[in-house]
Ligand binder design. Structure first.
Ligand code: SF4
Length: 249
């Protein structure tokens, strides 16, 4: 299996690994990070039991991969955990934020399915951080027939869309929303107002890609353009000949 990366990021650094899912009750059924952690662990000299179990724990030595003299990049530091995840400790996040401040030439999008907790540790994020949330739009009415084999695994209690409304409340920061994997259309009255960056991607199910409907993607693109957000369409959106791949201003 190839290592799975977020291709919108230009550098991936993983100082914390593991996630218990948005509600602390188990991983999302499509979680790529868990598979990626297991894959990476297999190639370590000393295997980490906690990485295999995918429970939150630090590997802060990884922060050494970010240095002040590097050329500016989009650096993704929470590809293997949820920034506000259950059991993610303040003492792990503080050194990451310090590194972001020290290496200010980079831009650091961070993602969480629990955006309401961005304020929980009174962390003050530097300007080069983009606060983000992931919205897959899974729900009783939206899961497409293409994802039928996975239907039984979907947690219907998730209310993905509300995460954007929550994120919008964090004034003074650039904001991103990641529709990855995109599993349904936006609600008609949904607004992307206040978002600076919108990422759209398909569902990777093992080696198989499950494409979202073109109409859903086009709708998100149009609504992003209406509010002036930069758009990044991942290469795994195979039904599009031309992909918009812009980074936030
Ligand atoms: S929130 Fe993200 S990292 Fe956590 S289980 Fe879900 S997909 Fe995986």
């Amino acid at each position: 299996m190839k290592a799975i990366t977020k291709q919108w990021s230009q550098k991936n650094v993983n100082p914390v690994w593991g996630c218990l899912g948005p509600e602390g009750k188990g991983n999302c059924w499509y979680c790529y990070a868990k598979a990626s952690a297991k894959y990476a662990n297999r190639h370590r000299k000393v295997r980490c039991k906690l990485c295999d179990e995918f429970v939150p724990h630090p590997h802060l030595d990884q922060l050494d991969m970010i240095t002040p003299r590097q050329s500016p990049k989009i650096v993704f530091v929470d590809g293997h955990f949820d920034w506000n995840g259950v059991d993610v400790k303040k003492e792990w996040l503080v050194p990451i934020v310090e590194k972001m401040r020290e290496c200010s030439q980079h831009t650091y999008p961070i993602l969480s399915k629990r955006p309401e907790f961005y304020g929980q540790y009174q962390l003050s994020y530097p300007e080069n951080v983009i606060l983000g949330t992931t919205v897959t739009n899974e729900g009783p009415d939206t899961l497409p027939e293409m994802a039928e084999p996975f239907k039984a695994k979907v947690n219907m209690s998730l209310k993905d869309w509300g995460r954007i409304d929550v994120l919008r409340k964090f004034k003074g920061y650039r904001k991103a929303v990641s529709f990855e994997p995109l599993l349904g259309p936006l609600p008609e009255d949904a607004s992307l107002e206040g978002m600076d960056w919108v990422i759209i991607g398909a569902l990777s199910a093992g080696r198989k890609l499950i494409q979202p409907k073109k109409l859903w993607v086009k709708d998100i693109v149009e609504r992003s353009q209406e509010v002036g957000a930069s758009i990044f369409m991942k290469n795994n959106l195979r039904e599009f000949k031309r992909l918009i791949q812009k980074y936030p201003a």
